[in-house]
Design a binder for this molecule. Structure first.
Ligand SMILES: Nc1ncnc2c1ncn2[C@@H]1O[C@H](COP(=O)(O)OP(=O)(O)OP(=O)(O)O)[C@@H](O)[C@H]1O
Ligand SMILES: [Mg+2]
Length: 476
């Protein structure tokens, strides 16, 4: 099986050229042979006519014989003159004595069909293939003569043979030349095809780096262009598909982490609720006081579950903000009210810095911003020891932004925890935070709300010195 397009194309065109040339040269040599043959016959007949005139001119027989022998030497043909009995009267051929040859006139006449006075074939009298033209005539005395101008057919055919050999030589040369030419053009035509195939194979393997470099204005050029466009589009589609795929994978990973985190968080309170309620139901604890203590644990854990669920809803909710013009100092003052008792108990001063008063009104969702301040102050209060201080300050931040700063003089956060602080369920001291009721969702909610407002939040902390949370919010 031939696989190359070039070879196939080449073979097909070569076979076609060979077929055409062969038919053409066969036809040509055949025609040539016929033309040449009839030309010979005409010449022979002309000679016969000439000799007829000479014979009728009553030339001396000896002289006539001499003339004929001379003619025989210079002429391409031979000449024999027979009488009515077919006996040779004169001959141009000195090799044969005239009496040696006798011709059967009936036989000759039988050969001369359709009035064409020539014959090509085997002559037993001359022991060879001959071509001869005949001319029968009578002299004024009614003596019959037959002039035969003849030549061996081989001699005549020699010329045709030369023509044939030349024709086939030219044919062969032409074939070699056209073969080379066709090979060149086949390659020229097939080159872009081969290139396109190479690129298609590359594309199948995911390589879109190469483009077909063929930009002629023909069908192959169109094909090349189409291939290039296809390659670019496929590359783009595959690129966006793989990006979408990795996005999807990342999302799936986050979802898995989320489910794992949530399950983990829910497990402890559920486990406690189950244990304590079973103890009561199985009558393991009989006295009322312990039972009440157990019920208190169950209630506490139930509230905890409720908080986790509410916080989760807050952190994951995509509800739109309800922004209104808000005076931040007023909002913060109201947010701080519930902390008064706890702060007093720990002798912690919560201070609203004067800078808050000079803040311009900002366009925010007040309920959400209350949640942000609440969470930050709640954290600060929890991580600040007795007699500490919590300060909330504000500043106008160019361009068109305000800053809110919540600073405490608390325990601080070890630097290695800072990058994860805003992650869901992330707590620095896990056991302590949980025992104090923290779910690790507070800062995740804060970050989510700030980002929803188009702002950002950063944290700076020094161990045993304190922590500063800085929120930047756009005014509008
Ligand atoms: N001002 C702070 N000083 C020291 N550590 C802090 C401060 N604020 C937050 N943290 C640390 O960051 C962790 C994450 O805080 P976050 O508010 O997200 O969770 P949480 O307070 O433990 O629980 P909750 O969901 O009830 O807020 C806390 O567990 C705490 O260890
Ligand atoms: Mg918190």
């Amino acid at each position: 099986m031939i696989r190359s397009v070039v070879t196939k194309l080449w073979l097909t065109i070569c076979a076609l050229v060979l077929g055409i040339l062969l038919t053409f040269s066969l036809f040509l040599t055949d025609r040539l042979e016929k033309i040449y043959f009839s030309y010979q016959i005409r010449l022979m007949t002309d000679h016969a006519e000439q000799w007829k005139k000479i014979i009728l001119s009553n030339m001396q027989p000896d002289k006539l014989q001499q003339e004929m022998e001379f003619w025989g030497k210079v002429s391409h043909y031979k000449l024999t003159v027979f009488d009515s009995n077919g006996i040779v009267l004169y001959s141009s051929d000195t090799k044969h004595s005239p009496l040696e040859i006798q011709i059967d006139l009936k036989h000759v006449k039988a050969r001369l069909v359709n009035g064409e006075y020539y014959y090509k074939g085997y002559y037993p009298e001359f022991h060879m293939e001959m071509t001869a033209a005949f001319l029968p005539f009578k002299d004024p005395f009614n003596n019959e003569y037959l002039i035969m101008v003849h030549a061996p057919t081989d001699d005549l055919m020699a010329m045709i043979k030369t023509v044939r050999i030349t024709a086939f030589g030219v044919l062969f040369l032409f074939l070699v030349l056209s073969g080379a030419l066709v090979w060149y053009f086949s390659r020229l035509i097939a080159k872009p095809l081969i290139e396109i195939r190479k690129i298609a194979v590359g594309m199948a393997k995911g390589d879109f780096s190469t483009q077909v470099k063929y930009n002629r204005n023909d069908e192959l050029g169109d094909l090349a262009k189409t291939m290039n466009t296809l390659s670019i589009r496929l590359n783009k589609t595959l690129g966006s598909l793989s990006r979408a795929n990795s996005d999807l994978n990342a999302l799936l990973q986050k979802w898995k982490e989320f489910v794992a985190d949530v399950s983990h968080e829910l497990r402890t309170p559920l486990f406690l609720i189950q244990g304590y309620s079973e103890a009561i139901l199985d009558n393991v604890v009989k006295d009322k006081k312990t039972q009440n203590e157990y019920l208190a644990v169950i209630t506490k854990e139930t509230l905890r579950l409720q908080k986790i669920v509410n916080d989760l809803l807050a952190v994951e909710s995509g509800l739109p903000l309800q922004k209104v013009e808000t005076v931040l100092s007023k909002l913060i003052r109201e947010t701080l009210v519930p902390f008064e008792i706890a702060a007093n108990e720990k002798s912690i001063a919560i201070e609203m810095h004067d800078s808050l008063k000079s803040l311009p009104p900002v366009n925010v969702d007040p309920a959400k911003l209350d949640e942000v301040i609440y969470n930050l102050v709640d954290n600060a209060l929890r991580h600040t020891p007795q007699k500490g201080k919590i300060t909330i300050a504000g500043a106008v931040d160019n361009p068109g932004k305000v800053k809110l700063i919540v600073r405490d003089t608390g325990t601080g956060i070890p630097p290695e925890h800072l990058p994860y602080l805003f992650d869901r369920f992330y707590r620095v001291d896990k056991s302590r935070s949980r025992s104090e009721g923290g779910t690790g969702l507070g800062l995740a909610i804060v970050k989510k709300i700030v980002e929803q407002h188009g702002g950002d939040i950063t944290v700076q902390s020094q161990l045993n010195k304190g922590t500063v949370f800085t929120i930047s919010l756009p005014m509008k």
